[in-house]
Design a protein around this ligand. Structure first.
Ligand SMILES: Cc1ncc(COP(=O)(O)O)c(C=O)c1O
Ligand SMILES: Nc1c(O)cccc1C(=O)C[C@H](N)C(=O)O
Length: 432
């Protein structure tokens, strides 16, 4: 716990208030719609709506209302260039130049596009390397891509094992980079345990063995600064509806290292062509010379509109500062949990070192599912549950206060001491 020499009790509510007073990002909270009397700790599954995101969505609706088809080229945000405009705004979050990013598709469809593009089995190099802890959608996508090539996923998808069910060891991943591997897909941050992988090291090791490597950045983009270009990552893909608060099902994004510009997209479509050629309507594909080449069809403009306002907030707040607060407030959270919930069966299942953890706390408990239900129903706190035993708690630097965190730990203590969780089944809800 960070000690303030003037305050002997860093576990007090007054101390939390003091931290809030000193928080230079505190001004952003009023930008968000937060249900009164509730504490929202699920921004790593669905980020909350901001007034800025609402405004840009309404502006785009207005353009549709008043301009019809001309909205593609006129108005404040001409739709024809919106994917590129949003890419330019997102590029600093991933450490890329603006032409290396494009806002398009969804996480899973972008992964399909990238594997269709970069998985080129040749000779002995036929396998894809992933891990056994990644989000299921990624694994389904990889399995189906292998099947499209006529390969049995049981043999050709190599999934690095976790030694403890929580974390991956970089050494184990590196040992699995054999001369049979054609492509590697890994998460930046693991969705359950919140482990942040060493992206730079893994990329260098993959390249030293002649293997291409791409990352799923769903649980890090908007939470952690990245240097994809400097680290020489080949490609990456992520969603914008978690940390980036673009709304349910909001359009995803992808990054293509500029050394791959000109590689033919595995799945081509007319929005992947050069903008000046697109409406020539030729049957010859004039590929865009940017990451834009990996778009397929018409962008879903209404699902991109909130991201304009949302990214403005990130530009103003600065991702380095957001990460600093995230590390600080999660450390504070862990310290309070250890002190206040000692002996109640909890175990912190995320890495402790700053350089190895993402933005969420992964709190394990054998009654996790019903503790989550009690937190929500009895205490108006929104966490999420991930099977078999994880309570994910995510303080979002733009809108979570230190007092929220302090209050959460107190209410969690009440759930346990008053056995409120016993009113519920220890099974997950439909959308957990
Ligand atoms: C790590 C990760 N990969 C993939 C997905 C799937 O994303 P989508 O449903 O937007 O394709 C998610 C979230 O749902 C995720 O957290
Ligand atoms: N994509 C989601 C959805 O469509 C419904 C509910 C939650 C989600 C999520 O994004 C879950 C998230 N990927 C996770 O880390 O578990």
């Amino acid at each position: 716990m960070f000690q303030d020499p003037l305050d002997p009790n860093p576990y007090s509510q007054e101390y939390a208030q003091k931290l809030d007073e000193q928080d230079e990002l505190g001004c952003y909270r009023e930008q968000f719609y937060i249900k009164p009397d509730s504490i929202y700790l699920d921004g790593n599954s669905l980020g909350l709506l901001s007034k800025r995101a609402e405004k840009t969505l309404l502006e785009i609706l207005e353009a549709w209302k008043t301009q019809g088809i001309d909205g593609w080229t006129q108005g404040q945000y001409p739709w024809f260039y919106l994917a590129e405009k949003l890419a330019a705004m997102s590029a600093p979050l991933v450490g890329a130049s603006e032409d290396e990013v494009i806002v398009t598709g969804s996480t899973t469809t972008n992964l399909h596009q990238l594997v269709a593009t970069f998985y080129k089995p040749q000779g002995n190099r036929t396998k894809i390397l992933a891990d056994e802890l990644n989000f299921p959608s990624d694994i389904y996508a990889l399995q189906s891509q292998l099947k499209l090539h006529g390969y049995d996923p049981a043999k050709y998808l190599v999934q690095v094992k976790s030694r403890d069910g929580r974390f991956l060891q970089e050494e184990d991943i590196i040992s699995a980079m054999t001369d049979e591997i054609a492509l590697i897909i890994l998460p930046t941050v693991l969705y359950r345990s919140g482990q942040l992988l060493d992206i730079k090291r893994l990329t260098a090791e993959a390249h030293a063995r002649g293997i291409l490597i791409g990352f799923d950045g769903c649980h890090s983009v908007g939470s952690i600064p990245h240097s994809f270009s400097e680290w020489d990552v080949d490609f990456a893909f992520w969603c914008n509806y978690k940390y980036l608060n673009s709304g349910p099902g909001g359009t995803g994004s992808l990054y293509i290292n500029r050394k791959h510009f000109g590689t033919s997209p595995g799945l081509a479509g007319w929005f992947g062509t050069r903008k000046d050629k697109q409406f020539d309507m030729e049957h010859q594909f004039h590929q865009a010379e940017t990451a834009g080449a990996f778009q397929i069809g018409t962008p879903n403009i209404l699902s991109m509109a909130p991201l304009i306002g949302s990214l403005e907030l990130f530009t103003e707040a600065n991702i380095e500062k957001l990460r600093q607060k995230s590390l600080h407030i999660t450390q504070y959270f862990m310290d309070l949990i250890e002190r206040e919930l000692d002996g109640m069966g909890f175990m912190i299942g995320n890495p402790r070192e700053d350089e190895r953890r993402g933005g969420h706390i992964s709190l394990e408990h054998r009654d996790a599912a019903r503790i989550c239900k009690a937190l929500k129903e009895e205490q108006h706190i929104v966490p999420d549950f991930r099977a078999p035993n994880i309570i994910r708690l995510e303080p979002i630097p733009l809108y979570t206060t230190y007092c929220d965190v302090w209050e959460t730990v107190q209410r969690l203590k009440t759930v346990m001491t008053e056995k409120q969780y016993e009113k519920f089944d220890n099974t997950r809800d439909v959308v957990a």
